[in-house]
Design a protein around this ligand. Structure first.
Ligand code: GGG
Length: 357
Protein backbone atom coordinates (compact mmCIF):
# COMPACT_ATOMS: atom_id res chain seq x y z
CA UNK A 1 0.00 0.00 0.00
CA UNK A 2 1.21 3.50 -0.80
CA UNK A 3 2.66 5.61 1.96
CA UNK A 4 1.07 9.05 1.85
CA UNK A 5 3.30 12.07 2.37
CA UNK A 6 2.00 15.59 2.90
CA UNK A 7 4.35 18.13 1.31
CA UNK A 8 4.26 21.64 2.80
CA UNK A 9 6.99 23.90 1.42
CA UNK A 10 6.16 26.95 3.57
CA UNK A 11 8.08 30.17 2.98
CA UNK A 12 11.25 31.60 1.47
CA UNK A 13 13.89 29.04 0.62
CA UNK A 14 11.49 26.34 1.83
CA UNK A 15 9.82 26.65 -1.59
CA UNK A 16 13.22 26.29 -3.31
CA UNK A 17 14.69 23.35 -1.41
CA UNK A 18 11.46 21.37 -1.25
CA UNK A 19 11.44 20.38 -4.98
CA UNK A 20 14.96 18.99 -4.52
CA UNK A 21 13.83 17.04 -1.45
CA UNK A 22 11.00 15.50 -3.44
CA UNK A 23 13.28 14.84 -6.42
CA UNK A 24 15.67 12.90 -4.16
CA UNK A 25 12.83 10.94 -2.57
CA UNK A 26 11.45 10.07 -6.00
CA UNK A 27 14.88 8.81 -7.05
CA UNK A 28 15.04 6.64 -3.91
CA UNK A 29 11.48 5.41 -4.47
CA UNK A 30 12.35 4.40 -8.04
CA UNK A 31 15.52 2.57 -7.07
CA UNK A 32 14.07 0.76 -4.06
CA UNK A 33 10.61 0.22 -5.50
CA UNK A 34 8.83 2.26 -2.84
CA UNK A 35 5.26 3.40 -3.27
CA UNK A 36 5.33 7.01 -2.05
CA UNK A 37 2.29 9.16 -2.71
CA UNK A 38 3.01 12.91 -2.42
CA UNK A 39 0.23 15.45 -1.75
CA UNK A 40 1.14 19.14 -1.86
CA UNK A 41 -0.52 21.73 0.40
CA UNK A 42 -0.26 25.51 0.10
CA UNK A 43 -1.10 26.23 3.74
CA UNK A 44 1.50 26.68 6.49
CA UNK A 45 2.95 29.69 4.67
CA UNK A 46 2.82 33.45 5.09
CA UNK A 47 1.27 33.81 1.62
CA UNK A 48 -1.60 31.64 2.83
CA UNK A 49 -1.85 33.86 5.92
CA UNK A 50 -2.05 37.03 3.83
CA UNK A 51 -4.90 35.55 1.82
CA UNK A 52 -6.83 33.83 4.64
CA UNK A 53 -5.84 35.64 7.84
CA UNK A 54 -4.49 32.43 9.36
CA UNK A 55 -1.58 30.10 8.63
CA UNK A 56 -3.68 26.94 8.46
CA UNK A 57 -7.27 26.16 7.50
CA UNK A 58 -9.63 25.29 10.35
CA UNK A 59 -9.72 21.63 9.34
CA UNK A 60 -5.94 21.17 8.92
CA UNK A 61 -5.81 18.47 11.59
CA UNK A 62 -8.47 16.40 9.82
CA UNK A 63 -6.76 16.94 6.46
CA UNK A 64 -3.33 15.81 7.69
CA UNK A 65 -3.89 13.27 10.44
CA UNK A 66 -4.22 10.31 8.06
CA UNK A 67 -0.87 10.91 6.36
CA UNK A 68 2.09 8.65 7.05
CA UNK A 69 4.46 11.61 7.32
CA UNK A 70 4.69 15.35 6.78
CA UNK A 71 7.55 16.79 4.75
CA UNK A 72 8.02 20.46 5.64
CA UNK A 73 10.24 23.22 4.27
CA UNK A 74 10.58 26.39 6.33
CA UNK A 75 8.33 28.96 7.89
CA UNK A 76 8.55 32.71 8.28
CA UNK A 77 8.46 35.90 6.24
CA UNK A 78 8.89 38.65 8.81
CA UNK A 79 8.39 41.51 6.32
CA UNK A 80 4.72 40.60 6.11
CA UNK A 81 3.87 38.38 9.10
CA UNK A 82 5.51 38.63 12.54
CA UNK A 83 7.62 35.53 13.21
CA UNK A 84 5.76 34.50 16.36
CA UNK A 85 2.48 34.49 14.44
CA UNK A 86 3.79 32.41 11.55
CA UNK A 87 5.59 29.92 13.82
CA UNK A 88 2.80 29.48 16.36
CA UNK A 89 0.23 29.34 13.56
CA UNK A 90 1.87 26.48 11.68
CA UNK A 91 4.92 24.47 12.75
CA UNK A 92 4.24 24.64 16.48
CA UNK A 93 0.64 23.53 15.86
CA UNK A 94 1.87 20.45 14.01
CA UNK A 95 4.39 19.61 16.73
CA UNK A 96 1.85 20.00 19.52
CA UNK A 97 -1.35 18.64 18.04
CA UNK A 98 0.45 15.64 16.55
CA UNK A 99 2.37 15.20 19.82
CA UNK A 100 5.74 15.19 18.04
CA UNK A 101 7.54 15.47 21.32
CA UNK A 102 10.98 14.47 20.02
CA UNK A 103 12.96 16.79 17.80
CA UNK A 104 15.92 14.75 16.62
CA UNK A 105 18.74 16.69 14.98
CA UNK A 106 21.89 14.91 13.78
CA UNK A 107 25.05 16.94 13.64
CA UNK A 108 27.83 15.46 11.54
CA UNK A 109 30.89 16.84 9.80
CA UNK A 110 30.57 15.54 6.25
CA UNK A 111 33.42 14.72 3.87
CA UNK A 112 34.46 17.62 1.68
CA UNK A 113 33.07 20.26 4.02
CA UNK A 114 35.44 22.49 5.89
CA UNK A 115 34.55 23.01 9.53
CA UNK A 116 35.12 26.58 10.76
CA UNK A 117 36.74 24.91 13.78
CA UNK A 118 40.44 24.54 13.08
CA UNK A 119 41.77 21.05 12.49
CA UNK A 120 38.46 19.19 12.60
CA UNK A 121 38.05 16.25 10.23
CA UNK A 122 35.01 14.10 9.35
CA UNK A 123 34.57 11.69 12.25
CA UNK A 124 35.50 14.36 14.82
CA UNK A 125 31.97 15.74 14.94
CA UNK A 126 29.16 13.21 14.95
CA UNK A 127 26.43 13.62 17.53
CA UNK A 128 22.69 14.00 17.96
CA UNK A 129 20.80 16.79 19.63
CA UNK A 130 17.53 15.55 21.12
CA UNK A 131 15.30 18.53 21.72
CA UNK A 132 12.13 18.48 23.81
CA UNK A 133 9.51 19.65 21.35
CA UNK A 134 6.13 20.31 22.94
CA UNK A 135 6.58 22.29 26.16
CA UNK A 136 9.39 23.97 28.14
CA UNK A 137 10.18 27.56 27.30
CA UNK A 138 7.91 27.42 24.23
CA UNK A 139 4.81 27.89 26.35
CA UNK A 140 1.71 29.95 25.75
CA UNK A 141 1.28 30.51 29.49
CA UNK A 142 1.72 34.18 30.26
CA UNK A 143 0.32 37.54 29.39
CA UNK A 144 0.58 41.28 29.37
CA UNK A 145 -0.81 43.87 31.74
CA UNK A 146 -1.02 47.63 31.42
CA UNK A 147 -0.01 47.31 27.78
CA UNK A 148 1.36 50.47 26.22
CA UNK A 149 1.74 52.28 29.54
CA UNK A 150 4.70 52.98 31.80
CA UNK A 151 3.46 50.15 34.05
CA UNK A 152 3.64 47.57 31.25
CA UNK A 153 4.22 44.00 32.56
CA UNK A 154 5.06 41.04 30.31
CA UNK A 155 5.37 37.46 31.60
CA UNK A 156 5.82 34.02 30.06
CA UNK A 157 6.17 30.81 32.03
CA UNK A 158 8.32 27.77 31.32
CA UNK A 159 6.24 24.62 31.54
CA UNK A 160 7.84 21.30 32.46
CA UNK A 161 5.71 18.26 33.16
CA UNK A 162 7.05 14.99 34.53
CA UNK A 163 5.55 13.17 31.54
CA UNK A 164 7.04 15.65 29.10
CA UNK A 165 10.51 15.62 30.61
CA UNK A 166 10.68 11.89 31.23
CA UNK A 167 9.60 10.90 27.75
CA UNK A 168 12.24 13.00 26.00
CA UNK A 169 14.91 11.79 28.42
CA UNK A 170 13.90 8.18 27.86
CA UNK A 171 14.18 8.65 24.09
CA UNK A 172 17.63 10.25 24.48
CA UNK A 173 18.91 7.52 26.82
CA UNK A 174 17.56 4.82 24.48
CA UNK A 175 19.36 6.50 21.58
CA UNK A 176 22.60 6.80 23.57
CA UNK A 177 22.42 3.08 24.30
CA UNK A 178 22.51 2.31 20.56
CA UNK A 179 25.62 4.43 19.96
CA UNK A 180 29.17 3.06 20.21
CA UNK A 181 30.23 5.61 22.83
CA UNK A 182 26.98 5.33 24.86
CA UNK A 183 27.30 8.86 26.16
CA UNK A 184 24.61 11.34 27.08
CA UNK A 185 25.07 15.03 27.86
CA UNK A 186 22.29 17.04 29.46
CA UNK A 187 21.92 20.79 28.84
CA UNK A 188 20.92 22.62 31.99
CA UNK A 189 21.04 26.01 33.67
CA UNK A 190 20.11 25.00 37.17
CA UNK A 191 22.35 27.58 38.79
CA UNK A 192 20.32 30.46 37.38
CA UNK A 193 16.92 29.02 36.51
CA UNK A 194 16.21 27.79 39.97
CA UNK A 195 12.97 25.79 39.71
CA UNK A 196 12.50 24.15 36.32
CA UNK A 197 16.15 23.39 35.61
CA UNK A 198 16.93 21.69 38.95
CA UNK A 199 13.80 19.65 38.24
CA UNK A 200 15.18 18.73 34.80
CA UNK A 201 18.48 17.68 36.47
CA UNK A 202 16.59 15.54 39.02
CA UNK A 203 14.69 13.73 36.28
CA UNK A 204 17.96 13.13 34.36
CA UNK A 205 19.53 11.62 37.50
CA UNK A 206 16.45 9.47 38.09
CA UNK A 207 16.35 8.23 34.49
CA UNK A 208 20.10 7.51 34.52
CA UNK A 209 19.53 4.84 37.17
CA UNK A 210 17.76 2.76 34.51
CA UNK A 211 20.71 3.07 32.11
CA UNK A 212 23.84 2.05 34.04
CA UNK A 213 25.70 1.45 30.76
CA UNK A 214 25.23 5.06 29.59
CA UNK A 215 27.84 7.61 30.72
CA UNK A 216 26.06 10.80 31.73
CA UNK A 217 27.34 14.32 32.13
CA UNK A 218 25.72 17.74 32.26
CA UNK A 219 26.78 21.28 31.46
CA UNK A 220 25.19 24.65 32.00
CA UNK A 221 24.05 25.93 28.64
CA UNK A 222 26.55 28.80 28.56
CA UNK A 223 29.65 26.63 28.89
CA UNK A 224 27.98 23.91 26.82
CA UNK A 225 27.76 26.23 23.82
CA UNK A 226 31.43 27.12 24.34
CA UNK A 227 32.31 23.42 24.45
CA UNK A 228 30.41 22.76 21.23
CA UNK A 229 32.93 25.08 19.58
CA UNK A 230 36.01 24.06 21.59
CA UNK A 231 35.45 20.31 21.97
CA UNK A 232 32.72 19.08 19.58
CA UNK A 233 34.30 15.61 19.74
CA UNK A 234 33.16 15.29 23.36
CA UNK A 235 29.52 14.86 22.37
CA UNK A 236 27.47 11.84 21.38
CA UNK A 237 23.82 12.41 22.38
CA UNK A 238 22.93 15.83 23.80
CA UNK A 239 19.49 16.30 25.32
CA UNK A 240 17.95 19.66 26.05
CA UNK A 241 14.76 21.55 26.70
CA UNK A 242 12.86 23.13 23.83
CA UNK A 243 14.83 26.39 23.79
CA UNK A 244 18.23 24.95 24.68
CA UNK A 245 17.80 22.18 22.11
CA UNK A 246 16.84 24.73 19.46
CA UNK A 247 19.94 26.82 20.10
CA UNK A 248 22.29 23.84 20.26
CA UNK A 249 20.93 22.34 17.06
CA UNK A 250 21.75 25.51 15.11
CA UNK A 251 25.16 25.88 16.70
CA UNK A 252 26.10 22.21 16.18
CA UNK A 253 25.61 22.25 12.39
CA UNK A 254 27.30 25.65 12.16
CA UNK A 255 30.37 23.93 13.65
CA UNK A 256 30.16 21.41 10.81
CA UNK A 257 30.49 24.15 8.19
CA UNK A 258 26.92 25.13 7.35
CA UNK A 259 23.47 24.97 8.84
CA UNK A 260 22.24 24.39 5.27
CA UNK A 261 22.87 20.66 5.47
CA UNK A 262 21.28 19.99 8.86
CA UNK A 263 18.17 17.79 8.94
CA UNK A 264 15.59 17.22 11.63
CA UNK A 265 12.78 14.88 12.56
CA UNK A 266 9.83 15.89 14.72
CA UNK A 267 8.76 12.49 15.93
CA UNK A 268 5.68 11.06 17.57
CA UNK A 269 7.38 7.82 18.61
CA UNK A 270 4.14 5.97 19.36
CA UNK A 271 2.95 6.48 15.77
CA UNK A 272 -0.43 7.81 16.88
CA UNK A 273 0.05 10.77 14.56
CA UNK A 274 2.25 11.55 11.56
CA UNK A 275 5.80 12.70 12.27
CA UNK A 276 7.24 15.74 10.51
CA UNK A 277 10.60 16.08 8.75
CA UNK A 278 12.17 19.46 7.97
CA UNK A 279 15.58 21.06 7.60
CA UNK A 280 16.88 22.82 10.71
CA UNK A 281 17.26 26.09 8.80
CA UNK A 282 14.47 28.58 8.44
CA UNK A 283 13.14 30.48 5.42
CA UNK A 284 16.31 32.63 5.06
CA UNK A 285 14.77 35.78 3.52
CA UNK A 286 18.28 37.13 2.84
CA UNK A 287 18.97 34.52 0.17
CA UNK A 288 15.41 33.55 -0.82
CA UNK A 289 14.55 33.84 -4.51
CA UNK A 290 18.16 33.55 -5.68
CA UNK A 291 18.24 29.80 -6.26
CA UNK A 292 21.36 29.38 -4.14
CA UNK A 293 20.00 27.74 -0.99
CA UNK A 294 21.61 24.47 -0.01
CA UNK A 295 19.02 21.68 -0.47
CA UNK A 296 20.90 19.08 1.59
CA UNK A 297 19.05 19.81 4.84
CA UNK A 298 15.78 19.08 3.04
CA UNK A 299 17.12 15.97 1.28
CA UNK A 300 18.69 14.56 4.45
CA UNK A 301 15.39 15.21 6.26
CA UNK A 302 13.77 13.12 3.53
CA UNK A 303 16.22 10.33 4.34
CA UNK A 304 15.22 10.54 8.01
CA UNK A 305 11.61 10.29 6.90
CA UNK A 306 12.27 7.14 4.87
CA UNK A 307 14.08 5.61 7.84
CA UNK A 308 11.09 6.42 10.05
CA UNK A 309 8.79 4.83 7.47
CA UNK A 310 10.81 1.61 7.60
CA UNK A 311 12.97 2.01 4.48
CA UNK A 312 16.44 1.78 6.00
CA UNK A 313 18.21 0.83 2.74
CA UNK A 314 16.72 3.72 0.81
CA UNK A 315 17.49 6.14 3.65
CA UNK A 316 21.10 4.99 3.72
CA UNK A 317 21.39 5.36 -0.06
CA UNK A 318 20.23 8.96 0.24
CA UNK A 319 22.79 9.82 2.93
CA UNK A 320 25.51 7.95 1.00
CA UNK A 321 24.64 10.00 -2.10
CA UNK A 322 24.91 13.25 -0.13
CA UNK A 323 28.31 12.19 1.20
CA UNK A 324 29.52 11.11 -2.24
CA UNK A 325 28.54 14.38 -3.93
CA UNK A 326 30.11 16.40 -1.11
CA UNK A 327 33.30 14.35 -1.25
CA UNK A 328 33.56 14.87 -5.04
CA UNK A 329 33.56 18.61 -4.33
CA UNK A 330 32.60 19.79 -7.82
CA UNK A 331 32.43 23.56 -7.42
CA UNK A 332 29.95 23.86 -10.31
CA UNK A 333 27.57 21.62 -8.38
CA UNK A 334 27.99 22.72 -4.77
CA UNK A 335 26.20 25.75 -3.39
CA UNK A 336 28.03 28.83 -2.12
CA UNK A 337 27.71 28.08 1.58
CA UNK A 338 29.94 25.05 1.02
CA UNK A 339 32.44 26.65 -1.28
CA UNK A 340 30.87 26.14 -4.71
CA UNK A 341 29.20 28.32 -7.29
CA UNK A 342 26.33 25.99 -8.12
CA UNK A 343 22.62 26.33 -7.45
CA UNK A 344 19.96 24.65 -5.35
CA UNK A 345 18.97 22.72 -8.47
CA UNK A 346 22.49 21.69 -9.53
CA UNK A 347 23.20 20.22 -6.11
CA UNK A 348 19.76 18.62 -5.82
CA UNK A 349 20.04 17.03 -9.25
CA UNK A 350 23.54 15.68 -8.60
CA UNK A 351 22.36 14.01 -5.39
CA UNK A 352 19.22 12.59 -7.01
CA UNK A 353 21.29 11.17 -9.88
CA UNK A 354 23.66 9.56 -7.38
CA UNK A 355 20.76 8.05 -5.45
CA UNK A 356 19.43 6.52 -8.65
CA UNK A 357 22.73 5.00 -9.73
N1 GGG B 1 12.58 24.40 8.90
C1 GGG B 1 12.60 24.95 10.19
C2 GGG B 1 12.00 26.31 10.30
O1 GGG B 1 11.30 26.79 9.45
N2 GGG B 1 12.30 26.94 11.39
C3 GGG B 1 11.80 28.25 11.67
C4 GGG B 1 11.88 28.54 13.12
O2 GGG B 1 11.99 29.68 13.50
N3 GGG B 1 11.82 27.52 13.94
C5 GGG B 1 11.87 27.65 15.32
C6 GGG B 1 11.78 26.31 15.95
O3 GGG B 1 12.13 25.32 15.34
O4 GGG B 1 11.37 26.25 17.08
Amino acid sequence: MAQRIAVIAGDGIGTEVMPEGVRALEAAAKRFNLDLDFHTFDFGSCDYYLEHGQMLPNDWFEQLKGFDALFYGAVGWPDTVPDHISLWGSLLQFRRQFDQYINLRPCKLMPGIKSPLAGREPGDIDFYVVRENTEGEYSSVGGKMFEGTEREVVMQETVMTRTGVDRVLKYAFDLAQTRPRKKLTSATKSNGISITMPYWDERVAEMAKQYPDVAVDKFHIDILTANFVLHPDWFDVVVGSNLFGDILSDLGPACTGTIGIAPSANINPEGNFPSLFEPVHGSAPDIAGKGIANPIGQIWSGAMMLEHLGHQDAAKAMVDAIEAVLAEGDADVLTRDIGGQGTTESLGKAIAERIGS
